[in-house]
Design a protein around this ligand. Structure first.
Ligand code: ADP
Length: 318
């Protein structure tokens, strides 16, 4: 058998660990492996590399993706998908592992429907893929946030300030709520929950009366009002407030142990599915166990927010 691997959509730490796991698992089964460059673009223009054990040596700990990642508009229409299928047939590919998010999985479903079995592996720092409890890159990104905010906290404490820190998460506040708890933030503002700046300010004024001198507020990127929130909090509390947008630092860095192990489990499992000729599936984690699900079913699922953790934050942060 001969299989391909590609990384698509936004990059996430741990993608390299998946590439390594897929390559080594396939080689272990006697398969040939090719790396497809820059997402679906590589399939359309034949930009692929033959991989052996040494191609993926020393990458398990490297952030980013050695296969590069990109968006590919041509692949969004059926002509593009058919052209990709023809190229797969020419290359003798029996299946492809696609590491990415929901958009990448839609492409994988389209290509599977054309007869090339594809398996999706969730790779995104936001953890916003509904069919899985965990996505590759999430733990690394959150640990980066915590390290950065600990540093911001040192300077906020020295100046009696409030730091309002924007973390990533365009459509989901999972990073925000977990990071808020981990840094002892006084509040977490996300799209999933209504917020009241007057209430937050009241709480800060009470805490200040009890001796608290500095504050952290974590805001999820998708809220889109970090500067406004910062100014309003300053006006309402009289505490000098500064905004920090952590930005792309959250997407880089060496993957944590959790991301490397998760990547290796999912990569191994995906190859096992392809070996059986199975396609059109996403693999992920359900209650700690690796499992797989039909791509369309995966895309229709809904993921609950961490309401319990949100309550705990407000009951412990003052
Ligand atoms: P993510 O995978 O992180 O959600 P995107 O939504 O940008 O990122 O999707 C990545 C790539 O997947 C797109 O550039 C495109 O090549 C492919 N893709 C996205 N949506 C579709 C679709 N509906 N049909 C086919 N391919 C798609």
């Amino acid at each position: 058998m001969k299989i391909g691997i590609l990384t698509s959509g936004g990059d996430a730490p741990g993608m390299n660990s998946v590439v390594r796991a897929v390559c080594r698992s396939a080689l272990n089964k006697g398969m040939e492996v090719v790396g497809i460059m820059r997402g679906y673009n590589g399939l359309l223009n034949g930009d692929v590399i033959n991989m052996d054990a040494m191609t993926v040596s020393g990458i398990i700990q490297r952030g980013g993706t050695c296969l590069y990642t990109a968006r590919c508009n041509e692949f969004r229409n059926i002509e593009g998908v058919k052209k990709a299928k023809e190229n797969c047939v020419k290359m003798g590919l029996d299946g492809i592992v696609v590491v990415g998010g929901d958009g990448s999985f839609r492409g994988a479903a389209d290509l599977s429907a054309q007869g090339i079995p594809c398996i999706g592996i969730p790779g995104t720092i936001d953890n916003d893929i509904s069919c899985t409890d965990y996505t590759i890159g999430y733990d690394t990104a959150m640990n980066t946030c915590v390290q950065m905010i600990d540093k911001i906290c040192d300077t906020a404490a020295s100046h009696d300030r409030c730091s309002v820190v924007e973390v990533m998460g365009r459509k989901a506040g999972y990073i925000a709520i977990n990071v808020a708890v981990a840094v002892g933030a006084v509040a977490c503002i996300t799209l999933e929950k209504e917020y009241d700046l007057d209430e937050i300010a009241k709480k800060m004024i009470e805490s200040k009366a009890h001796g608290k001198t500095h504050f952290i507020i974590v805001v999820s990127e998708g809220v889109g009002k970090t500067e406004y929130i910062t100014k309003t909090i300053q006006d309402l509390t009289g505490v000098e407030s500064r905004a920090t947008v952590l930005g792309h630092v959250q997407r880089g860095g060496a993957p944590t142990l959790r991301d490397r192990v998760a990547a290796t489990k999912l990569g191994y499992y995906a190859v096992e599915l392809l070996e059986k000729g199975v396609g059109n599936r996403v693999c992920g984690f359900k209650q700690g166990e690796v499992y797989d699900v039909d791509i369309m079913e995966a895309l229709s699922m809904k993921k609950p927010f961490e309401d319990e953790l949100y309550d705990i934050l407000y009951k412990t942060a003052f």
